[in-house]
Design a protein around this ligand. Structure first.
Ligand code: EPU
Length: 340
């Protein structure tokens, strides 16, 4: 049985803690429930928004439609070989709980993605990534239900068209599929650790760990995240608000002349990515507090709601930051967070 509620507050369902309401709200626990929902008159009469953990969304107004919370849960091992294991998780499962489950079983591949807020279903949507790993590196497949017919489709890794914080589910198939589960392909031994990221190396060196395990890497990632990123259960935020922009090699060479210490990540032969957090800090915004909202003092890429701030206030701050960075560096920042 599906239950649709009316005029539901979304305050506890978005990590910015923005106080807005949805005209209609339902939580879906199984694929069959989603298929039932497709027959409901309210589903037909309204626009829809699928919500995971609400950790990458900024609500700026009342949502005059149906919010569908993905609540499909359950972690299971679907196949196991000598060196690999396939692990399936429901879209409503908590991402970090899945990471912990894998670590407890000694399965490698997701340790660098420890402590990322949000749900399993949202992870492939935006190809979550951190410290040198993206979910695309471990995704075997994603199961989705067609939002018109209810037909189940399994997308293999290539079908997902993963890119930096992008996938087919945010582009061509936006609002076309309800993700019900994902399957990861993980290593059982001989893990391929990714410890090149400077901050991870610093933590491991400091702890005199020469031969790290997946648990050591996870712990290092957790300590880095906790030192830089505000805990959304304490201070409202949605992680990085903007994407790191890619600029041409020529533009970067010019920029480096003026700012010799600018950090960068090479993308390919023609493009270089520069950290948006650095651009925002150089534009004078880091740690700025404006009433109930602001820019985090430890990571300028994170906008925060200290309590009671509205989505509009946060969006206005984001636009001011975009125009400062454009004026100073000629670089257009695009949002990583979905603004609704
Ligand atoms: N930096 C500054 N000032 C700041 C923030 C960063 O100068 O206020 C500089 C740092 O000193 C460093 C560089 O920018 O040289 C990169 O900073 P950091 O390692 O913190 O990573 P990031 O590029 O800002 C990205 C992801 C994060 C992810 C980290 C680690 C994006 C948009 N963000 O941030 O992802 O955790 O790398 O891999 O790609 C998220 O998507 O929500 C998120 C938190």
């Amino acid at each position: 049985m599906i239950r649709i509620e009316e005029n539901v507050s979304l305050k506890g369902l978005n990590t910015f803690g923005v106080d807005v309401t949805a005209a209609y709200f339902t939580e879906i626990h199984t694929e069959v429930q989603f298929q039932e929902l497709l027959l409901h008159p309210i589903y037909h009469g309204s626009r829809h928004l699928i919500l995971g953990g609400g950790s990458n969304i900024l609500f700026t107004k009342h949502f005059d439609g149906l919010v569908i919370k993905a609540g499909v849960s359950g972690i299971s091992t679907t196949k196991e070989y000598d060196h690999h294991v396939f692990v399936k998780a429901g879209s409503g499962d908590n991402w970090h709980q899945l990471v912990l489950h894998c670590l407890q079983h000694g399965w490698g591949g997701v340790e660098n993605l420890s402590l990322i807020p949000g749900t399993v279903g949202a992870a492939p949507m935006q190809n979550i990534g951190a410290y040198g790993v993206e979910i695309k590196d471990v995704i075997e497949n994603v199961t989705g239900l067609d939002m018109i017919t209810g037909d189940i489709r399994v997308f293999n890794n290539a079908d997902c068209l993963f890119n930096y914080r992008e996938s087919v589910f945010k582009q061509e198939l936006k609002e076309k599929y309800f993700i019900s589960s994902i399957t990861l392909r993980l290593t059982k031994g001989k893990h391929q650790l990714n410890v090149q990221y400077g901050a991870i190396q610093d933590v491991l060196r400091h702890q005199h760990i020469d031969h790290p395990t997946i648990i050591d890497v996870s712990k290092a990632v957790i300590s880095i995240r906790q030192s830089k990123l505000p805990d959304p259960t304490v201070i409202g935020n949605a992680g990085s608000f903007f994407k790191n922009p890619a600029i041409s090699e020529e533009a970067f060479t010019l920029l480096k002349k003026g700012y010799p210490t600018i950090p960068f990540y090479p993308v390919d032969n023609q493009n270089v990515k520069v950290p948006a957090g650095w651009l925002i800090e150089q534009s004078g915004w880091k740690g700025k507090k404006i009433g109930r909202i602001g820019v985090h003092p430890h990571q300028a890429l994170v906008l925060v709601n200290y309590g009671g701030g509205s989505g509009d206030e946060i969006l206005e701050l984001a636009m001011k930051i975009q125009s400062s960075v454009k004026d100073k560096f000629g670089i257009a920042l695009t949002t990583e967070v979905n603004v609704v």
